[in-house]
Write a protein that binds this ligand. Structure first.
Ligand code: IPE
Ligand code: IPE
Ligand code: MG
Length: 253
């Protein structure tokens, strides 16, 4: 636990943190601005969150940028979001690389423009050997899509006689999901005041700790991130065991 909320927490740092970055539109509305300016402000929050995560020694940070359902938004907003994604990608990747961060996009990329797909691949290739932290950006991502893809890949292996159906296990399905090579998801943060998962990391969140805050994403600063980490530190993760079992185990560490 940290001494004060602005200090760096000293122990029990989550290895893998995911964030549902919600509230850009409402933030903009409150300021009398367009939704687009809310998304732009949100990009700055991604920047500071990446910096803090890196500083804390978090191994993996996964952020929800665009859901498979966000295509339902007005065409103009979708197109602005795509432009913004492209712009940020070109502007920020060198900086991420300089800081040793591995960058990847998870989600169904096939619906993006060829140019955007190319930029994503280039960014992933550039940073592929970095070992500092893994930043995964979920774009056109849906948790149901992720599990369905994994099932489809396993089915293909079965059809090709590479795998027996009876050998399908939680582990083998997990191996075919996004984020398979990262530490288990420890902490899932949602800003913007809603208490739902909106089809984010359904499979991966099985034993994640959830942290909800009313803060709108553009206002989510370092201090609030540290507050979430502090709350995580105070949680007792039992993974099905009793409180007594977990306490004994921790005392013996
Ligand atoms: C989250 O902010 C960003 C995206 C979904 C792209 P919203 O745009 O959902 O903001 P609200 O929820 O309308 O305030
Ligand atoms: C979730 O936010 C998706 C992202 C943050 C990218 P939404 O604003 O799309 O979620 P709902 O529609 O309120 O559930
Ligand atoms: Mg929203």
């Amino acid at each position: 636990m940290s001494n004060s909320s602005t200090d760096m927490p000293s122990n029990n740092i989550p290895q893998h943190v995911a964030v549902i970055m919600d509230g850009n539109g409402r933030w903009a509305k409150l300021q009398g601005k367009t939704r687009v300016s809310g998304h732009k402000a949100g990009v700055e929050t991604v920047r500071s969150t990446v910096t803090t995560a890196r500083k804390l020694g978090i191994k993996a940070l996964t952020v929800f940028a665009f859901s498979s359902e966000n295509w339902r938004r007005p065409e103009k907003e979708v197109s602005v979001l795509m432009d913004l994604f492209m712009f940020v990608l070109t502007r920020e990747v060198k900086r991420l690389h300089k800081h040793g961060i591995r960058f990847q996009v998870i989600g169904d990329l096939s619906r993006f423009s060829t140019k955007l797909q190319k930029n994503i691949h280039a960014a992933q290739q550039l940073t592929i050997n970095n070992e500092g932290m893994v930043l995964s950006v979920a774009a056109n991502y849906g948790g149901r899509w992720d599990i369905t893809e994994a099932a489809r890949k396993l089915a293909e292996k079965v059809a090709n006689d590479e795998l027996a159906a009876s050998d399908i296990t939680e582990e083998s399905l997990n191996e075919h999901t996004s984020l398979a090579n990262l530490p288990e998801l420890d902490l899932l943060i949602r800003t913007g005041g809603d208490f739902r998962i909106s089809n984010f990391l359904l499979w991966q969140a099985a034993y994640a700790e959830f942290y909800f805050t009313d803060t709108l994403w553009p206002d989510f600063n370092e201090q609030q991130f540290l507050q979430a980490i502090d709350v995580f530190d105070q949680r007792e993760r039992r993974f099905g065991q009793t409180g007594e079992q977990v306490t004994v185990k921790n005392d013996n560490l």
